[in-house]
Write a protein that binds this ligand. Structure first.
Ligand SMILES: Cc1cc2nc3c(=O)[nH]c(=O)nc-3n(C[C@H](O)[C@H](O)[C@H](O)COP(=O)(O)OP(=O)(O)OC[C@H]3O[C@@H](n4cnc5c(N)ncnc54)[C@H](O)[C@@H]3O)c2cc1C
Length: 406
């Protein structure tokens, strides 16, 4: 590795812990330091909008408490990396709660796994109780605490997280309105045809879906510490009363700590985040990036940033292999899932909104659809169709004409 300072990983989430674990599994015996801004050890995020929000699950830790000592991984929580100096191979780390208290940490190889921060509603940066975003366990618990006793909730944005939050709150018995400016929920990810089936799922479970309409204002009442959301105003003039408002309008890569470092960022038009080659190396020889913040070149050489669990795990394996000289475990077919009401929506492959969509099975609730481009199968999307989705995997590993399937 050329230096004695070992592997330092910034961001103690899924990507960070997976890299730490994988370098140890590969036999690397130098120092491994995992620095995380949150007060918690690494935990899993998918349950935050599902079991944790439903009150059925506590913090879903990714590792048992003794893992870090047993694996000689120096986990430093409550510490924020505020700057990186690649020429000196050092970082400045500040204590959460006391940003004046800083220390300098040296690295041999640096891995950046800082994830995302939720986009806030324009003009509203917090300060209203009842107003929520969802990325962390603390945010999930704060939202969960307000669901009991709420009379109505509005979820702004019907992407995966917005849809899951709407479903979980509705299952708690609270009336929910899901507002989305696109023609259907999930239109940006899966297109409008499948979006219409997701609308049906939510409407069938008594969610009031308002698609094709934007939000002009989050209305608050009271002043100072008593300020609270009271309603959401839509661009068609409707005012929806709400004592909970969840903003799920996407997230932004956490890259501010790289200001002045010279480490290249990807263009916002290409997804933003930290620019990497196809194995996670940044513009600096000794610095890698993984997970939601990382924008890797895909097999065609195009920049691509992905915000799904499986993708993070695969990237962590590739980066650990690049650092230790080992063999990465690469998944053959991209995969992600979303749980909404009692249905698991699964996506295998790489659907694009301009693909042709072929719905081959639909019983009014569960469905299966193939996506194709130029006559070739590109993806399969299923709701409540686990076995049928997984059976398609081999067909997505080769160029399969869609005519073989429909
Ligand atoms: C509510 C929710 C539900 C989800 N559900 C699904 C699902 O059903 N299916 C699916 O495929 N994917 C899902 N995902 C996506 C999946 O969880 C993410 O892709 C994954 O967590 C990303 O991991 P990461 O390590 O890149 O980032 P993160 O898990 O966000 O970890 C980044 C960590 O870095 C820390 N950090 C940031 N800046 C600094 C700094 N300067 N110094 C130190 N630490 C820093 C952050 O505090 C954070 O703890 C969900 C995500 C959320 C939020």
């Amino acid at each position: 590795m050329g230096q004695n300072a070992g592997v330092v990983i910034v961001g103690a989430g899924l990507g960070g812990i997976r890299v730490a674990e994988a370098v140890r599994t590969a036999g690397y015996d130098g120092p491994v330091t995992l620095i995380g801004a949150e007060a918690h050890p690494p935990y899993d995020r998918p349950p935050l909008s599902k079991g944790v929000l439903a009150g059925k699950q506590e913090r879903p830790d990714l590792k048992p408490e003794n893992f870090f000592a047993d694996s000689s991984i120096d986990l430093r929580t409550g510490r924020t990396v505020v700057s990186v100096d690649p020429s000196a191979h050092t970082l400045i780390v500040a204590e959460a709660g006391d940003p004046e208290r800083t220390e300098t940490v040296a690295y041999g190889k640096l891995v950046l796994a800082t994830g995302l921060t939720p986009r806030t509603f324009p003009g509203v940066d917090g300060g209203l109780s009842g107003l929520h975003t969802l990325r962390t366990i603390d945010e999930a618990l704060a939202l969960r605490a307000e669901i009991d006793g709420a009379r109505s909730a509005v979820v702004i944005g019907a992407g995966f997280i917005g849809c899951e939050v709407a479903a979980t709150i509705r299952e708690h018995g609270v009336p929910v309105t899901l507002v989305e400016p696109a023609p259907t929920p999930l239109a940006a990810a899966l297109g409008e045809q499948i979006g219409a089936l997701v609308t049906r799922l939510h409407v069938g479970n008594d969610v009031d879906v308002r698609a094709g309409v934007g939000v002009t204002e989050i209305v608050g009442g009271g002043a100072g510490p008593d300020a609270k959301v009271t309603a959401v105003r839509l661009d068609d003039g409707t005012e929806l009363p709400a004592d909970i408002v969840v903003v799920g309008i996407g997230s932004i890569p956490v890259v501010d700590f790289l200001d002045g470092s010279g480490i290249a960022l990807a263009e916002p038009s290409a997804g933003g985040g930290i620019a990497c080659d196809g194995s996670g190396k940044t513009s600096d020889e000794d610095v890698y990036a993984v997970g939601d913040v990382a924008n890797w070149l895909d097999d065609e050489g195009n920049p691509k940033r992905v915000e799904h669990w499986n993708h993070v795990v695969e990237q962590a394996s590739v980066v650990a292999a690049a650092i230790t000289g080992g063999e990465p475990v690469r998944g053959a077919v991209p995969y992600f899932w979303s749980d909404q009401f009692d249905v698991k929506i699964q996506v295998l492959g790489e659907p694009r909104v301009d693909d042709d969509v072929h719905i081959v099975d639909d019983d009014g609730k569960k469905f299966l659809a193939y996506y194709s481009r130029g006559g070739i199968l590109t993806a399969v999307v299923g709701a409540g169709k686990v076995a049928a989705v997984m059976k398609t995997r081999p067909k997505l590993m080769t160029e399969t004409p869609i005519s073989e399937l429909i």
